[in-house]
Design a protein around this ligand. Structure first.
Ligand SMILES: NC(=O)c1ccc[n+]([C@@H]2O[C@H](COP(=O)([O-])OP(=O)(O)OC[C@H]3O[C@@H](n4cnc5c(N)ncnc54)[C@H](O)[C@@H]3O)[C@@H](O)[C@H]2O)c1
Length: 269
């Protein structure tokens, strides 16, 4: 298959591209080579194992001269949760308008679409409390314990990033449903080699690593008992590959969480 990967020059895109090539697929990328992500845009672009078209997914002109493909993987996005709170217009334009154009292009080319969402659509997620029972969103009291999110959970984003990912899903459903196979994947925190440490998305791992490299102690806010689900980028790449090769139902979009189901605390020792 020939596969277009938007944001293909980024962290997940590069891993996915290498996996697809190893499986015998052909890849091309549409990527703006965002200076917030790439300190060496030329080097990053050269590392992508296929042709790179430089353009902004939220501009219609970027989509005009792309070649025909057999599938589209839409990864390009503004990804900084904190930054999204003060760069709202940019996040809406890239993450919602960009997804609209990706879905329209995929439908026009009758290419199956995998559109990348995030666990951020769930916000705080669900909890179980021995006093108040099950709930979602802001925990009811100190007895509330987090529970794993399921795909049917309500969207209660607590950041503009999460809000734009949720809106992006709606846009993709509205445009693609009934026309092309559509898969939406909501990954947990993705880890693995090649993450840009200066990307605002990389968050706590970048902060820890920068301090360790300088021989300084790391700072953990709170008591370290906060948890995250870390999923390896190669497992996510395998899931995306499965979705574009195997999900062929035009009528019913597929929505998948991607995580390990294992909680990792930040507490050390
Ligand atoms: N990394 C994670 O932990 C994680 C978790 C959940 C969801 N996601 C989602 O996965 C996708 C890929 O994330 P990543 O970790 O590879 O991010 P990344 O920042 O490493 O890569 C994003 C790529 O998109 C490109 N890009 C940004 N804006 C663009 C635009 N307007 N037009 C074209 N290209 C643009 C960047 O240049 C970069 O190459 C994103 O949609 C992100 O929201 C990532």
């Amino acid at each position: 298959m020939k596969i277009l990967i938007t944001g293909g020059v980024g962290f997940i895109g590069q891993h996915l591209a290498r996996l697809l090539i190893a499986q015998g697929d052909e890849v091309i990328a549409l990527d703006s080579l965002h200076n917030q992500v790439h300190l060496d845009p030329e080097g990053a672009s050269a590392a992508f194992p296929g042709e790179v078209f430089v353009g902004d997914v939220s501009e219609a002109s970027a989509w005009v001269n792309l070649p025909d493909v057999d599938a589209v993987v839409h990864l390009a996005a503004e990804t900084g949760t904190g930054q999204s709170m003060y760069e709202q217009d940019r996040y809406h334009r890239v993450n919602v308008e960009g997804t609209r154009l990706a879905a329209q292009w995929a439908v026009a080319h009758q290419a199956p679409l995998m559109s990348m969402s995030s666990r951020a659509v769930y916000g705080h997620g669900g909890f179980l409390c021995e006093k108040h029972g099950m709930g979602h969103g802001e925990p009811c009291c100190d007895l509330a314990r987090p529970v794993a999110s399921t795909e049917g959970d309500p969207h209660l984003p607590v950041s503009v990033y999460g809000e734009t990912k949720s809106l992006g899903e709606t846009v993709a459903f509205d445009i693609a449903q009934g026309h092309i196979p559509l898969t939406v994947i909501r990954p947990q925190n993705v880890i693995g080699p090649g993450q840009a440490l200066h990307n605002p998305y990389t968050g706590v791992l970048a902060a820890f690593l920068a301090r360790l490299r300088e021989g300084r102690p790391i700072s953990v806010y709170g008591d370290g008992s906060q948890t995250r689900d870390f999923v390896h980028v190669q497992d996510l790449a395998a899931l995306i590959s499965w979705a574009i090769h195997q999900h062929d139902d035009v009528g019913e979009p597929l929505v998948l969480n991607s995580g390990t189901g294992e909680r990792t605390t930040f507490a050390i020792g």
